[in-house]
Design a protein around this ligand. Structure first.
Ligand code: HEC
Ligand code: HEC
Ligand code: HEC
Ligand code: HEC
Ligand code: HEC
Ligand code: HEC
Ligand code: HEC
Ligand code: HEC
Length: 329
């Protein structure tokens, strides 16, 4: 424990030397960490006189946060827990502590944000971290259940599911995946493991446990889409939820173009009189009349695979049959 704190000192810049090991114990993310998602920012105040604090994030100064009131202290004691929205790449954080109007301490640290789908190259001085380590969990367990029973871990009551209490931000999205929405965290996450709560099964092996019908259907297909064949369901779908239908990681066309970027540069399907290619977005899809669905890559291509080359929708077995879905003669 102490050893960890010692490590922290070397990276915390302590402007006032009144405390032996600094005013702030950064818990998550720890200094010089790489994070792959915007989650929470958690630290502990070792300076009891603090009444308010301000956080400066990449130059943007927050409003003062009241952490000294009895109400605050009753709920969170000396912990500060905020939801974060990291900038891509380097994030500089400066925490200023005040007692009334007087600044008493200041500390700064850096973290690096590199989401998996961003191709962001991580600078060598930053390294990966996990939150669920014994030394961190020790700090939380007086108020949170850190080692839930399987029943607690899968409790469908919001305020009884300990995973959900801390991870509710993750499910504050428009399209939520069935089992995550019913808080069946334990179905996919182990309670122990290394790192703790790791997912024992990877890729399609995990998904097909419940989507076995899809696995059977796919086996019958003549052509299977590259990433689906490779079992990489998670390059397109988030296992918890997202802002896009079918929990896609991005809007459909952006998702497809993230791998098939050449389609941006060439005229796809046809060259129409204006010199443009076929419309691929921004207009209703006539084959899905009444659904309000717009044209997109999946108006013509099935995302997982099909019985014809290019996995045309409706298994249209040639170009003409495909065109006729929307253009009658
Ligand atoms: C005390 C609050 C708390 C509880 C309870 C909690 N988590 Fe976490 N967990 C976090 C924080 C904070 C992170 C870091 C990500 C973030 O910023 O939200 C995290 C990260 C994770 C990660 C990523 C790996 C890691 O360790 O960083 C997984 C997986 C995870 N939690 C699963 C679970 C599951 C499953 C449960 C229920 C058994 C659970 N968590 C309960 C706070 C909590
Ligand atoms: C003094 C008690 C206390 C301690 C210690 C504590 N927490 Fe909490 N935490 C709370 C309370 C109270 C809430 C609000 C619970 C609710 O909304 O139902 C909370 C909520 C959270 C949330 C959810 C915030 C959100 O997004 O709404 C996270 C994440 C969290 N705590 C992480 C942690 C972690 C990680 C630790 C250990 C390093 C920790 N907490 C230690 C009291 C504490
Ligand atoms: C359908 C399976 C499934 C369910 C249900 C599920 N998860 Fe996950 N979760 C995953 C997978 C897969 C990953 C990615 C693991 C990896 O990359 O190592 C993951 C990753 C995470 C992470 C790390 C995410 C990040 O961005 O760093 C957290 C936190 C997490 N899960 C929490 C939860 C919580 C809390 C629940 C219950 C509300 C839950 N999960 C339910 C499959 C699931
Ligand atoms: C624990 C069982 C379970 C696991 C494991 C599971 N799913 Fe699901 N999935 C469901 C349920 C239940 C639904 C909701 C079915 C419905 O509403 O018709 C669903 C629905 C979906 C949907 C459809 C959403 C929609 O809008 O129609 C997608 C996409 C999906 N799952 C992808 C995945 C992926 C990718 C994985 C692997 C990471 C996975 N699932 C693993 C149970 C599971
Ligand atoms: C290339 C991106 C991509 C990959 C990889 C991918 N999906 Fe999908 N998936 C989609 C899209 C796009 C949709 C929406 C289809 C629609 O709305 O017509 C979808 C829809 C779904 C659905 C709901 C509708 C249906 O067809 O049943 C499920 C379930 C599903 N996917 C599961 C999976 C599983 C399991 C894997 C891994 C074996 C996987 N997906 C891999 C893009 C993908
Ligand atoms: C993670 C990368 C990735 C994503 C995302 C992706 N694809 Fe693919 N796609 C591939 C790979 C790999 C192949 C197989 C290699 C090849 O034939 O070029 C492929 C093949 C194809 C083919 C057949 C090409 C041929 O020459 O036979 C089509 C059509 C296609 N993808 C359409 C889509 C659509 C539509 C989407 C969005 C729903 C999409 N792809 C998203 C990687 C991706
Ligand atoms: C109006 C129907 C239609 C739409 C919409 C469409 N495609 Fe195609 N796509 C085709 C046809 C037809 C082919 C077969 C090759 C050809 O005839 O040009 C094809 C071929 C492909 C191929 C294989 C050939 C190549 O150039 O690599 C890929 C990959 C592909 N499409 C991806 C996409 C992506 C990504 C989108 C969305 C941005 C998209 N398609 C939207 C009809 C469509
Ligand atoms: C999923 C529906 C769909 C499919 C399949 C489809 N189209 Fe289209 N197409 C449209 C829509 C929508 C437009 C724009 C509205 C319009 O002009 O009718 C369009 C426009 C066109 C135009 C431009 C017309 C103009 O006046 O500018 C041409 C040419 C065209 N499509 C050819 C094709 C060919 C060739 C195929 C088959 C390879 C095809 N389309 C498949 C939906 C589709």
């Amino acid at each position: 424990m102490l050893k960890r704190l010692m490590v922290y000192i070397s990276v915390i810049v302590v402007f006032s030397m009144s405390e032996a090991w600094g005013a702030i114990n950064f818990i998550y993310p720890s200094p010089n960490a790489v994070v792959t998602s915007s989650g929470h920012f958690i630290f502990r105040l070792n300076q009891v006189e603090t009444s308010t604090l301000r956080i400066t994030h990449n130059g943007l100064v927050s409003d003062p946060v009241d952490v000294g009131s009895p109400e605050y202290r009753k709920l969170f004691q000396d912990y500060f827990i905020a939801q974060s929205l990291w900038d891509l790449g380097v994030n500089k954080l400066v925490i200023d502590l005040y007692n009334g109007a007087q600044k008493i301490e200041s500390a700064e640290m850096y973290i690096f944000y590199a989401p998996a789908d961003s191709n962001q190259k991580v600078l060598p001085e930053y390294s990966p971290i996990t939150m669920h380590r014994p030394e961190n969990e020790l700090l939380c367990q007086s108020c949170h259940i850190m080692n839930p029973t399987p029943a607690q871990m899968n409790s469908t009551f919001e305020n009884k599911n300990p995973c959900f209490i801390c991870h509710k931000k993750m499910l504050a999205v428009k399209y939520i995946h069935g089992p995550a929405g019913s808080y069946s965290c334990g179905y996919c996450h182990a309670s122990k493991g290394n790192p703790k709560h790791a997912v024992p099964k990877r890729g399609s092996a995990l998904c097909f446990e419940c989507h076995s019908d899809m696995s059977i259907q796919l086996k019958k297909k003549k052509y299977i889409h590259g990433p689906v064949e490779a079992g990489m369901c998670d390059v397109c779908h988030d296992p918890h939820g997202s802002q896009y239908e079918a929990q896609l990681l991005q809007p459909i066309n952006e998702l497809c173009l993230s791998c098939h970027g050449h389609i941006r540069k060439q005229k796809h399907v046809v060259r129409v009189t204006t010199g443009e290619g076929h419309p691929l977005s921004g207009i209703n899809d006539p084959s899905k009349k009444g659904s309000g669905r717009q044209m997109s890559c999946i108006s013509c291509h099935l995302p997982h695979g099909g019985d014809v080359r290019y996995y045309f929708t409706n298994n249209a077995d040639d170009r003409m049959a495909l065109c006729q879905m929307c253009h009658n003669k």
